[in-house]
Design a protein around this ligand. Structure first.
Ligand SMILES: Nc1ncnc2c1ncn2[C@@H]1O[C@H](COP(=O)(O)OP(=O)(O)OP(=O)(O)O)[C@@H](O)[C@H]1O
Ligand SMILES: [Mg+2]
Length: 338
């Protein structure tokens, strides 16, 4: 395959870009830091490093909100910087494959196409793929021939629950809940029970390290600002308190999986029963989430090996294997549907 191609999974938290030149996925924070509101200061992981730490003249933000493009200008900047970085500025004429959420408006979907078309990257071709189909392919499922596949992608600000069958999507629901909700809940409980203000990054760290912390039978140690004295302090947070917070927050996800299962045609339900649920997205790694889903649905849960990159890996399969090309479509196909 000669032509340069990119597979882009734009997440609310992380941008993943597969490229054929290196046959690899770049995965960084989908963030931008601007000085005086319009001078590019940093992007990606470098911008995230400044998050919650930057002085007032530097604004750090996410260009996507709840899975859709909220700031097209900033998203264009982040994307073009990454593409130029990957290609040394020689990315013109490449093919672009981009994931789109299913349960959003046509205008929101089209924005993913327009982003690339109007980016100045001079694309040769732009193809779109529903994110859940790319996720399925990335988890090794032949989505073209499989029937009744339930994919749950728990990301940063969203959870997408989809039933796939024979290369299409039977049902899909996008929830405004993902990893960030768990971080917020952990911050909330630490504030309430310990009178301590911790940052978003600290709460996320506690969450990510929870499996390891529990294995050591230790409390989670956090640093923050005491709400009464205003001074920096260290506190030990019992892990069972964090566990119960996670369970409460996960209930929304589990309940919505049940709603989708209730609406699934019976023949497909039978397939889902046999295969189990496919769990992916970065938050698939969250401690106890798989157990909570098993408990709530009485179904088996298959966790992706590399959950953050399932969709980008699926795009790589679409790019590399012509037999999966039909999983992607062009904007013309989309307009016909309207
Ligand atoms: N080991 C871990 N345990 C718990 N959560 C984790 C772990 N590793 C990553 N995460 C969480 O995964 C989330 C990011 O996942 P991902 O990159 O799939 O999201 P995204 O694609 O950017 O967001 P979205 O799909 O919602 O737009 C973050 O909330 C992060 O805290
Ligand atoms: Mg995602």
């Amino acid at each position: 395959m000669s032509n340069l191609a990119f597979g882009i999974d734009l997440g609310t938290g992380n941008i993943k870009i597969y490229n054929t030149a290196r046959d690899a996925i770049v995965n960084e924070k989908n963030m931008i830091a601007l000085m005086k509101k319009d001078i590019l200061f940093a992007y990606g992981d470098a911008a995230f490093d400044m998050f919650e730490k930057a002085p007032q003249n530097i604004t750090v933000s996410y260009p996507l909100v709840n899975g859709v493009i909220a700031d097209i200008g900033n998203m264009t900047t982040v994307l073009t910087e990454f593409i130029n970085e990957i290609t040394d500025g020689r990315g013109g004429g490449a093919d672009y494959f981009v994931t789109v959420p299913t349960d959003v408006t046509e205008v929101e979907k089209r924005a993913f196409y327009d982003l690339i078309k109007d980016s100045g990257l001079k694309p040769r071709k732009i193809m779109m793929s529903e994110k859940s189909l790319a996720d399925g392919l990335g988890m090794g499922i032949n989505v073209k021939t499989s029937q009744g596949v339930l994919v749950v992608d728990v990301g940063f600000e969203t959870t997408e629950i989809s039933v796939l069958s024979l290369g299409g999507i039977v049902l899909s629901k996008l929830l405004k809940s993902g990893g960030r909700k768990f971080d917020d809940a952990i911050r909330g409980i630490i504030r309430k029970e310990f009178g301590l203000m911790v940052g978003e990054k600290t709460a996320e760290q506690v969450k990510i390290e929870l499996t390891a912390t529990e294995a050591q039978h230790k409390p989670a140690v956090v640093y923050g600002r005491d709400l009464v004295t205003g001074l920096p302090v260290e506190r030990s947070i019992p892990t069972d308190l964090i566990d119960s917070t996670i369970a409460e927050t996960a209930a929304v996800i589990v309940d919505n999986i049940k709603v989708i299962l209730e609406r699934t045609p019976p023949e497909l339900s039978a397939d889902i029963y046999r295969q189990g649920i496919y769990l992916t997205g970065g938050s698939a790694s969250l401690a106890h989430l798989d157990e909570l889903i098993v408990k709530g649905t009485a179904l088996k849960v298959n966790k992706a090996d590399n959950p953050q990159e399932s969709a980008a890996f699926g795009l790589a399969r679409i790019i590399k294997d012509p037999s999966f090309r039909s999983v992607a479509y062009t904007i013309d196909d989309m307009t016909e549907e309207v």
